[in-house]
Every structure is written in structure tokens, then in C-alpha cells.
Write a new protein. Structure first.
Length: 381
């Protein structure tokens, strides 16, 4: 068992050193380093405790409430990746107040294990607080990640797990399971479950390290992109609806006035967008984003999102992939493309994965690519 814990500790240290060696560290990198440290410390505590070290410094005390700060680290890491925060402020430390309160409690009142023998209720309250915070942070994180997945439809034409952050949803579920295991063991008198806690945390460290090191900054640019496109320096970026569907047009003047986009300018931007898309085929770029298209058109990004939603009733993802599907249909119908496979056609049309191509094609046409091709060949015969 200790060998598994030592592997987890070594991997956490490796991750911290690896990220620390990067010349340019993002906020998410720094949060991940601190998170890894707080995951490794209780593992170190367990290993030292198993070797008979009963009197350890407070940071290595085995019942030290490390888990009280893991939920806040999860939340801040997600916030940094989604772009909700770009630097830490004093207010973010309030997330760690329960953790710091328990530290002070242990310093000035005493060890929780000794207090349990005297019948004190504080250890039980700390345990309950741990569970409540764990479930609260995990629930909010999953909600934010699901919302983020929807928001990405307005920004990207191709969605990967590094963009949608779906890997973090699964990791959060593992996180919940890892820290609920001891509670289940107590409630149902299953002491063998305690032994699985350490290895599960080691697995969590490996998964977090693997995906965390692969994760890149989702938004490589910021407000300056819109300022460049608009020819100004004071553009305000606004978030738009998550569902990508058209909003009510009952009050167009009021909506355009709120965003600073006039009806005449909206029509002009829409014409430019449609003409550019049809003549220059930017959708053939598999890495096309709304920021890149906004630069090419010299239209502010948030205006482009607004036009797609209100004028066409689409999000960016659906708008671009509509053109890609039409391009695939053209290749299927073209006599000189009959030697190409459907996957070749997909890649040639701007798709960068088979699964995305298949799902988008069926969503738009109601048929799989193979069914559509067979139907097209039968109708042409």
C-alpha cells in the first residue's frame, strides 16, 4: 500500500517541478502546482505514520484537514481555465477560511483524535463540514463546466476535451468518490474501504497531472482582439446566451443600443460575413475560432456573436459546421471526388475528427454520412 502512496507522492512532486520549470506559467499552472502540493502532503503523512512516526509536525499530521482546501483549489482551477479570473485577489482567500479555521483550532485547542475520546463534538462538526464543502464545491464546479461547454459553441468551430473541459467533469466525479469513500466506510462499517482511499487519491493525482499538463490556455487572446478589429481601444466584451438559439427580436432597437451595434451596421456586418464565408471559405480551417474570424473580417468578436445569434439564430459552432457539411455534400456529389473516403472528405472540409464529423452531419441532415451518400447515389442512378 505504501508503495502506491509513494508513487503518487513522486508523481505530484514531478508535476510541481515540471510546471515550475516553465518560463511562462499561467494562473492555472500556479494553481495546479499548489493543488498538487496539498494532494501530496496527506499522502506523505500516511506514509510517515505507517512507519511509526507518531509525533509529526502539524503540516504532516494525518488527520489534518487538507480536504477543506481541495474543493477551493478545484473551483479556482476551473475559474482560471474558463477565463473567469486572470489573477488571484484577496477575496479568493475567503475560500480557504474553513481550512485556516481548522488549522487555528488544532493549534490552540488540540488534536482532534484526543478530543474524540473526551466526547467533544468539534471533530464531528469538522467532518460534516468537510462533506458539505466537498459536495458544494463539486456541484458548483460541474454546473460551471456544463455551462462552459455551451459557451464554447459561440467561440469555437471544433470542440476538443481541452476546449470543453469535459475531462474535468469526470475528474470531479472521481474527486467526489475519493473523499466520500471514508464516509461510506464509517456509515456502513466497511473498514476495507479506508484502504482504497490512498490508492484512489494516487490515481487522481496521475489523472490530474496527465490532463493538467496537456491543458492549454483556452482563450489565447482577450479584449485587445476586439479593439484591434474595431479600430478602438475601449471595447467591452459581453457574454452571450448559452443555448446558441435566436433570441426575441421584439425590441431590436433596444438590443442594438445596449450593445452599441446599430441596425445598419449589423446588416453591413452580416453581408460582409456571408460574402467572406462563401468566397474565402474560412471554414476549411479546422482550427477556426470566432476570434480568428473576427480579425479577418475586422469585426468585433462580441458583435459577430450577436449577429449570428440574433440575425441567423445560430451559434458560431453550428454556423461554421453548416458550411462544412455543405462542402462535404459537394464533394460527395462531385464525380472527381468519388475516389475519396468520407473521412477524407471530412478532413478536406475543415473537420478535425471523425466523431465530430459524424455527430454534426447527423444533427444537420438527420442521416449519417454513409446513409446520405447511399441515398445520393441511389437518387442519381
Amino acid at each position: 500500500m505504501n508503495e502506491i502512496l509513494l508513487i503518487g507522492i513522486a508523481h505530484a512532486v514531478f508535476t510541481i517541478v515540471f510546471i515550475g520549470s516553465k518560463k511562462r506559467k499561467t494562473l492555472s499552472d500556479k494553481i495546479l502546482m499548489a493543488w498538487m502540493l496539498m494532494l501530496a502532503l496527506p499522502q506523505i503523512s500516511n506514509v510517515l505514520g505507517a512507519r511509526g512516526a507518531d509525533i509529526l509536525p502539524a503540516p504532516f499530521d494525518r488527520d489534518f484537514a487538507y480536504s477543506l482546501c481541495l474543493g477551493p483549489f478545484l473551483w479556482l482551477y476551473v475559474e482560471s481555465l474558463t477565463g473567469d479570473i486572470n489573477k488571484l485577489a484577496l477575496r479568493h482567500l475567503f475560500h480557504f477560511l474553513p481550512f485556516m479555521a481548522v488549522v487555528l483550532y488544532k493549534i490552540f485547542i488540540g488534536d482532534t483524535a484526543e478530543l474524540e475520546k473526551t466526547g467533544a463534538i468539534w471533530p464531528q462538526l469538522i467532518g460534516i463540514g468537510n462533506i458539505v464543502l466537498l459536495l458544494s464545491y463539486s456541484g458548483v464546479v460541474i454546473w460551471r463546466l456544463l455551462r462552459h461547454s455551451q459557451e464554447m459553441l459561440d467561440n469555437f468551430s471544433s470542440l476538443t476535451t481541452q476546449i470543453t473541459l469535459k475531462w474535468l467533469i469526470w475528474l470531479t466525479c472521481i474527486f467526489i468518490a475519493a473523499y466520500l469513500t471514508p464516509l461510506i466506510a464509517v456509515l456502513f462499517s466497511m473498514p476495507e474501504w479506508f484502504r482504497s482511499h490512498g490508492p484512489v487519491i494516487t490515481g487522481f493525482i496521475f489523472a490530474l497531472s496527465f490532463f493538467g499538463l496537456k491543458q492549454t490556455q483556452i482563450f489565447a487572446t482577450d479584449q485587445a482582439i476586439d479593439a484591434l478589429a474595431n479600430g478602438t481601444a475601449d471595447i467591452t466584451i459581453e457574454r452571450v446566451g448559452e443555448d446558441g438559439r435566436s433570441k426575441s427580436n421584439d425590441e431590436p432597437h433596444e438590443k442594438y443600443e445596449r450593445s452599441g451595434l446599430t441596425e445598419d451596421k449589423a446588416k453591413d456586418y452580416l453581408q460582409r460575413l456571408e460574402h467572406y464565408t462563401k468566397t474565402k471559405a474560412p471554414y476549411l480551417d479546422p482550427n477556426l475560432t470566432i476570434e480568428k474570424l473576427a480579425r479577418q473580417l475586422r469585426i468585433p468578436r462580441h458583435y459577430l456573436t450577436q449577429i449570428l445569434s440574433e440575425q441567423l439564430g445560430k451559434n458560431f459552432y453550428l454556423y461554421i459546421n453548416d458550411y462544412r457539411i455543405d462542402h462535404v455534400k459537394g464533394l460527395i456529389a462531385a464525380p472527381n471526388s468519388q475516389h475519396m473516403t468520407l473521412l477524407d472528405m471530412a478532413y478536406k472540409s475543415g473537420f478535425n475528427s471523425k466523431s465530430t464529423f459524424n455527430s454534426v452531419f447527423k444533427k444537420i441532415t438527420g442521416l449519417t454520412p454513409s446513409q446520405y451518400k447511399i441515398q445520393r447515389l441511389n437518387s442519381a442512378a
